[in-house]
Ligand binder design. Structure first.
Ligand SMILES: CC(C)(COP(=O)(O)OP(=O)(O)OC[C@H]1O[C@@H](n2cnc3c(N)ncnc32)[C@H](O)[C@@H]1OP(=O)(O)O)[C@@H](O)C(=O)NCCC(=O)NCCS
Length: 207
């Protein structure tokens, strides 16, 4: 049975708030940011964020040239929509602004049996290979865990600790969803550093 968001967890919910430098203030002043559930009215903005600030920057998508192959591009859009329908994706806003600063595509379960394009199959296969090689379910004694398929921070907000703070929302989310584990294949140095900083343990590392 596919995973469903527990009905007792409020939606949309604010999961995390934090202060970080505001790129719109030259004197390095801080702004307050919040991390909350993606809502339907902001789906187009989330797609825009991942299209413009993820596809060409994230190492696997960039290497796989996902954006440049129409079938792969179409499939990744469909995949994102599938993830959005699970109501796990979180987004980050600066207080007082509607601009989407960042987002993390979270999921408790993934269906990949309909993936056709070779490029997308490779992306999925890398994830599954990592999980299977480490034998994640058995090692941690879980039958489900919170995973992620994309972390993006808008270019002009990068280098301010925002990804680090977005990752911190995993803890309250796991607690609310009754999950004991979160695991991610962090594919970029810019996400590996934040993950290590907030206590993610490296179980498997591959060049
Ligand atoms: C990765 C990404 C989410 C990081 O967002 P961010 O808000 O800038 O991240 P943070 O500021 O919290 O932390 C980034 C850390 O990585 C470091 N870093 C980033 N790029 C680096 C590089 N090329 N080499 C060395 N360190 C790097 C930063 O210095 C910072 O560490 P510090 O705080 O110790 O200085 C953002 O760059 C992005 O959206 N990239 C494109 C998509 C992507 O690759 N996503 C990750 C896939 S798992």
């Amino acid at each position: 049975m596919p995973w469903e968001r527990p009905t007792n967890v409020p939606y949309p919910n604010v999961w995390w708030t934090f202060d970080a430098p505001d790129p719109d203030c030259e004197d390095g002043a801080m702004a307050t940011y919040r991390v909350e559930d993606l809502t339907e009215d902001r789906i187009d903005d989330a797609i825009k964020l991942f299209t413009e600030h993820f596809l060409d920057d994230e190492p696997l998508c960039a290497y796989g040239q996902i954006r440049h192959d129409p079938v792969s591009y179409d499939e990744i859009l469909q995949f994102w929509h599938h993830l959005f329908s699970e109501k796990c994706t979180i987004v980050c806003y600066k207080e007082g602004s509607k601009e989407l600063v960042g987002a993390n595509l979270l999921s408790v379960k993934m269906t990949n049996d309909k993936i056709k394009s070779e490029r997308m199959q490779k992306l999925i296969a890398v994830n599954e290979y990592m999980t299977d090689t480490f034998n994640l379910f058995e090692r941690y004694g879980v039958d489900k865990y919170l995973t992620a398929y994309g972390l993006s921070v808008k270019s002009r907000y990068r280098g301010r600790g925002i990804a680090t703070e977005i990752l911190k929302a995993r803890q309250p989310i796991c607690r609310a969803f009754g999950l004991r584990l979160t695991s991610t294949n962090f594919t970029a140095i810019g996400s590996q550093i934040p993950a290590a900083k907030i206590g993610f343990k490296t179980d498997l590392e591959m060049k």
